[in-house]
Design a binder for this molecule. Structure first.
Ligand code: AMP
Ligand code: ZN
Length: 481
């Protein structure tokens, strides 16, 4: 089995060979924890979760170490604490709890280690001291800065820029204590009202980039296999991580993977466009986590992905069909075609197409079409295992499907009521039925030509079936069972 991955560092799709197949090591930059994860934040989580699952499949579940950090020291967190009057730890603890719940809801396995930056301050200080000793960093006015000039051959390579271009393109005001405008902060002083730790340079706090260099070294060693994140992190964050670690003499990451950004209905997701929402917003609106995951998997990680309501609706219909098809099925081994597709630079869209193909064969068999039993031998189990490899159809993610309801008969009934009402000019029965539906948390949308019924927030299938029965029992008491 050969896995091939597009390595940002070489800009080529390369064969993946781990340093140690007994311990394949991956680091992914995690969230800064001051607010709910927005839908875009879910993209790297799902992309690298699929890679984690694939690596576990190929090298064995106990032979992969996956680290994803929590940035719990950051000026955005400090600002949130000051504005809300709450303590920093209250905010970061709460946000980490939310994050873990939301990512579990979209079917992400927990990484092996989820270090918090604030638990690694000693390692960061030691890292910075070493860089000063090596002449790659300098202290100025309580700050410690990385000197990009001291590593001109390496700085900018990942993102394909030269230091001179960067200086020409930078429009920020340059702090007076920087020797070179591109030098970046590894340590900065903290006033008494800000979080700070004692250091050789006085009381202060780390810059953002040093935490990943220090935690990756501590948990994965000087050299490890894969480093991932969104492509917005390529510069400056990943460039700076590389500079720090390479200049400390580490091999650091061998394969760099970057996911493209998420958009919503064809536009950049942003608060000003009013199309900004969190994973929790979607879950609260009744969009199942498994549906969110399915939509994400349908676009290759290196392409921009567009979230649309239409895709979510289609994904829901597909998953319902697949869940129905695999009731009681015990997974065996994933289809080698699905594994091959994923091994080719995580072709999740191709893997889903293959699952569609398999499902159609199984559906044809179930509906007594001309499919010989021989053709589906072991295929239900293989289908289930393949879906599981993508993090789909797991029993614990399926509660939503138990609440799904086929509203077609009900909407036919409502249409007939409405037709009668238009003839009789009496809409009381339509109104009464509609009221019952709304009380049962069904979303009712009626246009002149169409009636659209959907599960709304708080809809419970069994309760709805009882209400429906009571309603018809009231209408037709003679038919009461
Ligand atoms: P942050 O908390 O902003 O550092 O982001 C956490 C992760 O989410 C990083 O890997 C980002 O690259 C990723 N990310 C942020 N916005 C988006 C987006 N719109 N689409 C995809 N990934 C994103
Ligand atoms: Zn990082």
């Amino acid at each position: 089995m050969t896995i091939r991955l597009t390595n940002t560092a070489t800009r080529r799709k390369e064969e993946f060979t781990p340093l140690d197949p007994e311990n394949v090591r991956m680091y992914v930059c995690g969230p800064t924890v001051y607010d709910r994860a927005h839908l875009g934040n879910a993209r790297p989580v799902i992309v690298f979760d699929v890679l984690f699952r694939l690596l576990r499949h190929v090298y064995g579940a106990d032979h992969v170490t996956y680290v994803r950090n929590f940035t719990d020291v950051d000026d955005k967190i400090n600002a949130r604490a000051a504005a809300s009057g709450r303590s920093i730890s209250e905010i970061t603890d709460e946000t980490i709890g939310w994050y873990l719940d939301d990512m579990a809801a979209i079917g992400a396995l927990e990484p092996t280690h989820m270090p918090r930056a604030t638990a690694y301050i000693d390692q960061m200080i030691a890292f910075i001291e070493d860089l000063i000793t090596r002449g790659h960093a300098y202290e100025a006015e309580g700050h410690v800065l990385f000197a990009v000039d001291r590593w001109p051959e390496g700085y900018g390579k990942l993102s394909g820029r030269s230091v001179d271009d960067m200086i020409a393109g930078a429009r920020v005001e340059v702090a007076p204590y920087k020797r070179n405008p591109m030098d970046f902060v590894m340590w900065k002083p903290s006033s008494d009202d800000l979080p700070g730790w004692e250091s050789p340079w006085g009381r202060g706090r780390p810059g953002w980039h040093i935490e990943c260099s220090a935690m990756a070294q501590d948990l994965l060693g000087d050299t490890f296999d894969i480093h991932g994140g969104g492509n917005d992190l390529m510069f400056p964050h990943h460039e700076n991580e590389i500079a720090q670690s390479k200049c400390a003499g580490h091999g650091f990451a061998r394969y760099w993977l970057h996911n493209e950004m998420l958009q919503v209905e064809g536009r950049k997701m942003s608060k000003s466009l009013g199309n900004f929402f969190t994973v929790r917003d979607l879950l609260d609106q009744g969009v199942p986590g498994e549906v969110i995951r399915f939509v994400f998997l349908s676009t290759h990680y290196r392409k921009p992905m567009d979230w649309t309501t239409e895709k979510a609706e289609q994904a829901e219909a597909t998953l319902l069909k697949w869940r129905d098809l695999t009731k009681g099925v015990v997974p065996s081994v994933p289809s080698h075609e699905v594994v091959d597709l994923l091994s080719n630079d995580l072709n999740t869209a191709g893997a889903l197409s293959k699952l569609h193909e398999l499902a159609n064969l199984l559906l044809a068999f179930e509906s007594d079409a001309d499919v010989p039993k021989f053709d589906v031998n072991g295929k239900f189990e293989e289908f289930m295992a393949s879906a599981n490899l993508l993090g789909l159809l797991a029993p614990k993610m399926g509660d939503w499907a138990k609440q799904s309801y086929d509203f077609s008969e009900i909407s036919d009934y409502l249409i007939s009521l409405r037709n009668n009402a238009m003839e009789n000019r009496d809409f009381s029965k339509v109104d009464a039925f509609k009221k019952m539906l709304i009380e049962a948390n069904v979303e009712v949308r009626m246009s002149k030509t169409d009636i659209d019924l959907k599960r709304g927030k708080g809809f419970e299938k069994s309760k709805f079936e009882r209400q429906l029965k009571a309603y018809f029992d009231g209408l037709f008491p003679w038919a009461k069972s």
